[in-house]
Design a protein around this ligand. Structure first.
Ligand code: NAP
Length: 371
C-alpha cells in the first residue's frame, strides 16, 4: 500500500473557519492500515501528528505547520441487533440497537439515519457540523443531551503503543465538552470507530427554552400529559434544525467554528456574588437535565450562558473588529467575515475573554481546538 502523502498542503479549505496555513505533510486515511502507515511515516521523520475530522472546531495557525496532518476518513455504519455479543460489551437493558460508526462519517448524516430508523438518543444533537470521530473528543452536546449519554465504547489507535484499544464510556472520562482525548493522557489516542447504543422508545427532551417554545402550540393543543408523548423523533429533529438555522450562522456563507467559547461553570458562591451585581444573570445546574433553575434549589456548580454576559455585561452585542465578529444572533459564535488570519482571530477572542475577566472575574475557556 502506498499512501498519497502531499507536501505543503493548504489547510484553510479543510476548516469551517476557512483559516489556516499549510501542512508540511498531509494525508487522507480511509482505513486503520492506512493510519498505521501514516503514523510510521511521521515517526521516521520525527514529526508530530495532527488529526483533522470535519475541521468544524479548529483554529489552525497561519504559516507552515511542521507536522503530518491526517484527514480522518474512515467510513462505515454497522448496525448490530440485540442478542449479539460484541467485544464483550454488554447491552444496557434500556438500549435496543447498537451502531458502530467510522470516525470519518458525517455526524449529522449519521444522526439523520438514526432518526429515520426511529432510534432515540441523538435527535437533539441534530445539525451539529463535523464528524463522528470528533463527537466523543468534544463530548458534543445540545438541548439537554450529551453524546456521552449514548456512547457505549470508542475504538482508538494508540500512537504511543501502536495498539488498537476499546475504551468504555467510563474510560473516556467525559465531562462538559471535554474528554480524555483533550487531555494530556489521551493525546496519543486517535479515534477510529464509535459505538452508540440507541433506544426504540424514547422520551422527548424538551427542557430547553428554544425547543420548548417550538412545541408550545402542539403541547397546548392536546391534553398536557399526552402531548409530550405524542411528539415524534422526526418532529424533534426538524425543530432542532429549524432552531439552529435561525440562531447559528450558515457555514456556506460564513467562516465559523460554531461556539468559540465554552459556557463557564462557576461555583455557587461566585454565582451568588455576580447575581447581586447583575440580577438578570441566568444560571443552570451544571450537571443535570436543567429542570431546576438555580433560584429554586441551589446547586454546587452553576453554568452561566456566556452569550448573556457578552450582551448584557460586556456590551459586546455585534462586536466586530477587522475581519472578525461576534455573530449577531449568538455572540459566543465567532465569525470570519472576510479573510481573517488565525492571528486576528486569536487577538479578537483574547480581547473578548479579557473583557469577561475584567467585568466578572470569570476565566473563559475556548471550545475551539488550536493547532
Ligand atoms: P442556549 O440554549 O441559549 O443555552 C445557553 C447556555 O445555557 C448553555 O450553556 C446551556 O447549557 C445553558 N442552558 C440553557 N437552557 C438550559 C436548561 N434548561 N438547562 C440547563 N442548561 C441550560 O444555547 P445556544 O447557544 O443557543 O446553543 C444551543 C445548544 O447547542 C446548547 O445546548 C449548546 O450547548 C449547544 N451547542 C453545542 C456545541 C458543541 O457541542 N460543540 C456547539 C454549539 C452549541 P448547555 O451548553 O449545557 O446546553
Amino acid at each position: 500500500m502506498t499512501l498519497n502523502i502531499r507536501e505543503n498542503e493548504p489547510l484553510a479549505r479543510y476548516t469551517t473557519l476557512k483559516i489556516g496555513g499549510t501542512a508540511r505533510y498531509f494525508v487522507v486515511v480511509v482505513s486503520i492500515d492506512e493510519l498505521k502507515e501514516a503514523v510510521l511515516f511521521a515517526r521516521k521523520k520525527a514529526l508530530p501528528l495532527f488529526v483533522l475530522g470535519g475541521g468544524s472546531n479548529m483554529l489552525i495557525a497561519d504559516g507552515e505547520i511542521d507536522a503530518l496532518v491526517i484527514k480522518m476518513e474512515i467510513q462505515g455504519v454497522k448496525w448490530i441487533f440485540p442478542g449479539f455479543s460484541i467485544f464483550n460489551f454488554q447491552f444496557s437493558k434500556s438500549k435496543d440497537r447498537v451502531a458502530v460508526v467510522g470516525a470519518g462519517e458525517s455526524w449529522d448524516a449519521f444522526v439523520a439515519e438514526t432518526v429515520e430508523k426511529g432510534l432515540w438518543g441523538l435527535e437533539n444533537l441534530s445539525g451539529i457540523p463535523g464528524t463522528v470521530g470528533a463527537s466523543p473528543v468534544q463530548n458534543i452536546g445540545a438541548y439537554g443531551v450529551e453524546v456521552k449519554d449514548s456512547i457505549l465504547w470508542v475504538e482508538v489507535f494508540d500512537v504511543r503503543t501502536g495498539k488498537l484499544v476499546k475504551l468504555s464510556n467510563e474510560e473516556c472520562g467525559f465531562s462538559y465538552r471535554d474528554s480524555i482525548f483533550k487531555q494530556e493522557k489521551g493525546r496519543s489516542l486517535i479515534v477510529l470507530n464509535v459505538a452508540f447504543a440507541l433506544q426504540k422508545n424514547g422520551i422527548p427532551r424538551l427542557e430547553y427554552k428554544d425547543i420548548k417554545e417550538n412545541f408550545k402550540l402542539q403541547i397546548e393543543s392536546v391534553k398536557q400529559e399526552k402531548a409530550v408523548e405524542q411528539i415524534t423523533i422526526q418532529e424533534i429533529r426538524k425543530a432542532v434544525l429549524e432552531i439552529r438555522a435561525g440562531k447559528f450562522p450558515d457555514l456556506a456563507v460564513y467562516g465559523t467554528a460554531g461556539s468559540f467559547f465554552k459556557n463557564p461553570i462557576i461555583s455557587q458562591e461566585k454565582f451568588d456574588e455576580l447575581k447581586k451585581k447583575f440580577p438578570g444573570l441566568p444560571g443552570f445546574k451544571a450537571h443535570g437535565t436543567g429542570e431546576n433553575e438555580t433560584n429554586t434549589k441551589p446547586p454546587r456548580k452553576v453554568k452561566v450562558p456566556l452569550a448573556w454576559i457578552l450582551d448584557h455585561i460586556c456590551g459586546m452585542k455585534g462586536y466586530s473588529k477587522g475581519n472578525v465578529a461576534l455573530f449577531e444572533r449568538q455572540p459566543i459564535v465567532v465569525v470570519n467575515t472576510g479573510h481573517a488570519t488565525a492571528e486576528e482571530i486569536t487577538a479578537f477572542t483574547n480581547s473578548v475573554m479579557r473583557c469577561v475577566k475584567e467585568k466578572t472575574g470569570i476565566d473563559v475557556d475556548c471550545e475551539v481546538q488550536k493547532i
